[in-house]
Design a protein around this ligand. Structure first.
Ligand code: UDP
Length: 322
């Protein structure tokens, strides 16, 4: 039986990865410091003999007894509201945390896949973004703590590959959504759906002409699974190229939820990327992968999940760090 360590296991993506690798027959070791993750995302796994969990911050030395075949490093705050509230931890988990996990991979002779992000492209001048584009990032702006940590993460991962021969994989994740996103994480999709459910106006930042391309979580997990098992060490974009403006997206959410509120406009946050769309040519060629789930279907499933939350969770507007 293969054994895999998943950091950020209690988070949105980490918990879906735990489910996937359990269903593939792996022994899964989850790790999370629970700052942004939530045990309720993985509590259904605790009774399994093939699942174990360490409450640990990977920015500190990581010890895992026994052998490991694979490591997935998914621990990090990942929404602008989170990394603006805990900027130093964000920098540490992307840099020190990645360093610790690369060291662990080297010791255990394990293959490691690190979660990078479309944020490495910053506010891009190339559209759609392909992996050879180096990006347009402001290191000292509000997003710098996340973007630069992830850029450093890619650099140190390639260095361990080149100088220590560690088997490494780098996935650049574009906007992803689905069940287990936090309704109050500040990202646009949970923000809009939460507002629609609570009967509030939808808050569009800027004039709503900025674009994003949203990938349903099951598609993303499939891409990551294939990349881990591939032999490709350079970065691969995984995301859905179906691009939409935030203004149109708000209209879609209002239609989906049947809400009859209006949209209201707020100032655009500093350094907010104007457009974002993954070029997934590389993923198509190397992984034989492309998204299967349309936004209409994915939104339906995600809305169904948010509707199962308790009124308390739906009304929890105050973020846990504020
Ligand atoms: N956004 C918005 N209203 C909100 C939250 C976000 O208009 O209530 C916008 C935000 O300015 C950005 C886009 O939606 O242009 C996506 O934001 P998100 O925080 O989800 O992720 P990003 O892709 O910017 O990291």
């Amino acid at each position: 039986m293969k054994r895999i360590l998943i950091t950020g296991a209690a988070g949105f993506l980490g918990s879906h990865l735990c489910d996937r690798f359990i269903s593939e027959g792996y022994e899964v070791v989850g790790m999370d410091n629970l700052i942004t993750g939530d045990l309720k995302n993985i509590e259904h796994l605790f009774h399994l003999e093939r699942f174990s969990f360490f409450h640990h911050d990977v920015s500190k030395f990581v010890h895992v007894p026994g052998e490991l075949d694979y490591i997935l490093h998914f621990a990090s705050p990942a929404s602008p509201i989170d990394y603006l509230k805990i900027p130093i931890q964000t920098l540490k988990v992307g840099s020190l945390g990645t360093h610790n996990l690369l060291g662990l991979a080297k010791n255990k002779k394990a293959r490691i896949l690190v979660a990078s992000t479309s944020e490495v492209y910053g506010d891009p001048h190339v559209h759609p973004q392909n992996e050879d584009y180096w990006g347009n990032v402001n290191p000292v702006g509000p997003r710098g703590v996340y973007d630069e940590a992830k850029r450093f993460q890619e650099a140190i991962t390639m260095a361990y590959h080149t100088y220590h021969g560690v088997e490494t994989r780098i996935v650049r994740i574009f906007n992803t959504y689905g069940p287990r996103m936090r309704l109050n994480d500040g990202r646009v999709l949970p923000a809009f759906i939460g507002q629609a459910i609570r009967g509030e106006d939808l808050t569009i930042f800027g004039d709503g002409s900025q674009t994003r391309s949203f990938c349903y979580v099951d598609d993303l997990i499939e891409g990551i699974y294939r990349l881990l098992l591939s032999d490709y060490a350079y970065p691969v974009n995984v995301g859905n190229p179906d691009e939409i403006t935030i203004g149109e997206f708000a209209e879609e959410i209002l239609k989906l939820t049947g809400a009859n509120q209006k949209v209201v406009y707020h100032p655009l946050p500093k350094d907010d990327p104007k457009q974002r769309q993954p070029d997934i040519t590389r993923a198509r060629e190397i992984l034989g992968w492309e998204p299967q789930i349309s936004r209409a279907e994915g939104l339906k499933r995600t809305y169904a999940y948010f509707k199962t939350l308790s009124p308390e969770e739906i009304n929890k507007r105050e973020h846990r760090f504020s």
